[in-house]
Ligand binder design. Sequence first.
Ligand code: PMP
Length: 305
Amino acid sequence: MTLPKHAYFQGKIVSYAEAKVGIATHALHYGTAVFGGLRGYWNDEEKRLFVFRPLDHYRRFLHSSRIMCMQFEHTPESLSKLTCELLRQDGYQEDVYIRPLAYKADEIIGVRLHDLTDEITIYAIPFGQYVKNDTNAHVTVSSWRRIDDNMIPARGKISGAYANSALIKTDATRAGFDEALVLTQEGHLSEGSAMNIFMLRDGILVTPPATENILEGITRRSTMELARQELGLTVVERPIDRTEIYICDELFFTGTAAQITAITKVDHRPIGKGEMGPVTGQLRAIFNDVVRGRNPKYLDWLQTV
Ligand code: PMP
């Protein structure tokens, strides 16, 4: 991975080499941090970088921080402005990934959330495709279960909770799959290791509701709106049983990193015809235009750097 050029760190933008924390930092030991993940899309015709839905991302980020008893003066608007300043200094003329992190910064022993110092850092790096086979991913159903809201809330994007995602991802990759689907304790479909899931069944687009231990994805929300507005599809949030995916017509992931990734096989069973379906293909094309500022209807989703 290319190292970031700059970082927002301890209240100012510094060179990446200056942005360092000590090994005793609370968040490093106990996972007491929350993060975000945004994308900036380079539009080469207009020579402009567009950040996708920064206010929505930072609203979720600040909600996550509240779950972890953090307090900041920042607003989604101030964080979005800071991100643009950082990106202007970086000067990237390509697609980027932006990583904000809010963390318990004290160098101290003791498991707790209260009476600690909260810090925010942000950096950006050049970033392309995340799932290698994003038009024909082969996934497995993980033997790991998704963390429950009363264990570590998945809606919080809490750093410590990503040990669950890492276990899921590594076992799937080592077994030769591109990704994994994770089930809730009840055995319903929750999401992927770091992406939400959609299924097309009998012409209706279905995705698990917010109560199925998912991260409430910004790409998920955007895809629901694009499917309704642009394709006239009915979109339903309801629990999905594992075996429904064996008989559905199309299946895909959504996420900032994964964007819209077509799943064509689950545990060696073909989904639909075993190739990317038409709805997934259309949504990918629509999404790609929207994020690069080529669809005037959705320009309010974009922040120009
Ligand atoms: N689920 C999890 C567990 C994730 O980490 C992510 C990535 N942020 C997503 C879903 C997708 O969310 P978004 O579309 O907001 O990136």
